[in-house]
Design a protein around this ligand. Structure first.
Ligand SMILES: Cc1cc2nc3c(=O)[nH]c(=O)nc-3n(C[C@H](O)[C@H](O)[C@H](O)COP(=O)(O)OP(=O)(O)OC[C@H]3O[C@@H](n4cnc5c(N)ncnc54)[C@H](O)[C@@H]3O)c2cc1C
Length: 418
């Protein structure tokens, strides 16, 4: 989001500097060297509805690196693996009755064809889902994933947010039988590098390992930022860091703004990655409902993007107050290995060639009913200081594409061109 803001402001004549706390650009979409493979710390797929992302890919001349692939979805339920995500798989699934299957299909169609999301904005998601699919199907298909993704917030999720998530995936299909997801050859780094190169070529700069420590202001106007103990003057400061960091950076925001930020809850993620010498399953993602497995699903990324090895992501979504959040990386990796063994008892852990664990504290905002009206305004009470993060994607889920859309909105609010 920050890079896209910088890129757009630069196009409008601003001299820009990007301050990045990390040792690399990209935030959640950043990549790393995984035992010789360049790969994202968190898996990323592109959907056909990701219009802002597809437009940027084209504008940066990367269309030839965009690939679409038919992907398969699995459902691991109570010790057995089932094909999922297509009408014939639903018909074959033995644990739901005919009427339940029909209700489930109608629910997907309802989300897919959702008109105005505001009709669902004030509705609580689990009640909404139950009203469509019934209690038994909810227990079987949804309860565990709500529990393992939202914990104490599981009854506090907006139906509009769930519906737009369902719609994004449901619309990324070739036809009813074939889900199609996209990826960029070279991963999100291809996009990040192209943006960074354009920024540099036009005289902008990116400072890595340079956390902003304070947003400076005087007489109600922004004057710059403090980073690594040094003052940098600026007429305009746009914050795209997780909102939870902003009160400490800009304590002179109004009491109402600080209260709005403080009210936003966020779930963290710890993502275990395994590089395997053999394919684990043919599925890109597998939803899991099994009492012995404490993740809502796993992603075999290389079934989307065949980068020459087999990589499985096991994401643990956790509130930071959860006892498991304090586990060290080895404990997560050992638990994730057990998850894979439970899914495929015949699987040989000796096929693990490398393991990596990444952790991000603010990975998923909790978007409750009526969330749109609770968000802090992007234009703050400090003139020339704007702020947004992935919460502002609501009613959509956070994604690279949505961060680009928010970046456009931020730039519009600056009142550019200069
Ligand atoms: C497990 C997982 C799976 C995902 N899957 C997908 C997917 O399939 N498709 C998709 O499109 N999206 C996916 N996403 C979401 C996507 O990665 C994010 O929505 C997107 O990268 C958000 O980018 P951002 O710049 O808005 O925010 P962030 O990635 O949160 O970036 C914020 C940046 O601010 C920096 N920062 C923090 N504090 C400071 C400071 N004081 N000074 C300077 N810099 C600071 C951070 O280091 C970071 O680089 C996934 C995310 C996760 C966690």
């Amino acid at each position: 989001m920050g890079l896209a803001v910088a890129d757009a402001l630069q196009s409008e004549g601003w001299q820009v500097t990007v301050f990045e706390a990390d040792d690399r650009i990209g935030g959640m979409s950043a990549m790393f060297d995984f035992d010789g493979l360049r790969i994202e710390r968190y898996y990323h797929f592109i959907c056909k509805t990701d219009a802002p992302l597809l437009a940027l890919i084209e504008a940066l001349g990367l269309t030839s690196r965009l690939r679409w692939r038919t992907t398969r979805m699995g459902f691991f339920y109570d010790g057995a693996m089932y094909e999922w995500g297509r009408p014939d798989a639903l018909l074959r699934f033995p644990h739901l009755g005919r009427r339940e299957k029909l209700r489930y299909a109608l629910h997907v169609l309802r989300a897919r064809s959702m008109g105005d999301w505001r009709t669902l904005d004030g509705v609580e998601a689990t009640e909404w889902i139950r009203s469509w699919v019934g209690d038994h199907a909810y227990e079987l298909l949804w309860r565990k994933s709500f529990e393992l993704k939202f914990y104490e917030y599981q009854q506090s999720i907006s139906a509009a947010w769930i519906a737009t998530r369902m719609r994004r995936v449901a619309l990324s299909r070739k036809n009813a039988f074939h889900e199609q997801m996209g990826y960029l050859e070279g991963g999100s780094e291809a996009l990040l590098d192209a943006l960074a190169a354009r920024l540099g070529a036009r005289g902008g700069s990116i400072r890595l390992r340079s956390p902003v420590e304070s947003v400076l202001s005087g007489d109600g106007r922004v004057t710059g930022v403090l980073s690594r103990g040094k003052t940098h003057t600026a007429e305009l400061v746009v914050s795209t860091v997780p909102l939870q960091f902003v009160p400490a950076l800009a304590p002179s925001l109004s009491r109402q703004e600080l209260a709005r930020v403080a009210a936003i809850q966020n779930i963290g993620v710890v993502c275990v990655k395994f590089k395997l010498s053999e394919q684990f399953t043919p599925y890109f993602w597998i939803n899991v409902n099994d009492p012995r497995i404490q993740v809502p699903g796993i992603i075999e990324y290389t079934n989307l993007n065949p980068i020459g090895s087999h990589v499985v992501y096991v994401p643990y979504y956790l509130p930071a107050a959860h006892t498991r959040w304090d586990w060290d990386h080895d404990t997560f990796a050992a638990d994730a290995t057990e998850c894979l063994k439970r899914m495929r008892p015949e699987w040989n852990p000796a096929t693990i060639e490398a393991t990596h664990v990444s952790r991000y504290r603010y990975a998923q905002p909790i978007c409750g009913p009526g969330f749109a009206d609770k968000l802090p305004s992007m234009q703050t009470s400090i003139s020339g200081f704007l702020m947004a993060d992935t919460s502002h994607c609501y009613p959509e889920d956070r994604s690279i594409s949505e961060s680009l859309r928010i970046a456009e909105e931020l730039v519009r609010l600056t009142g550019s061109p200069r």
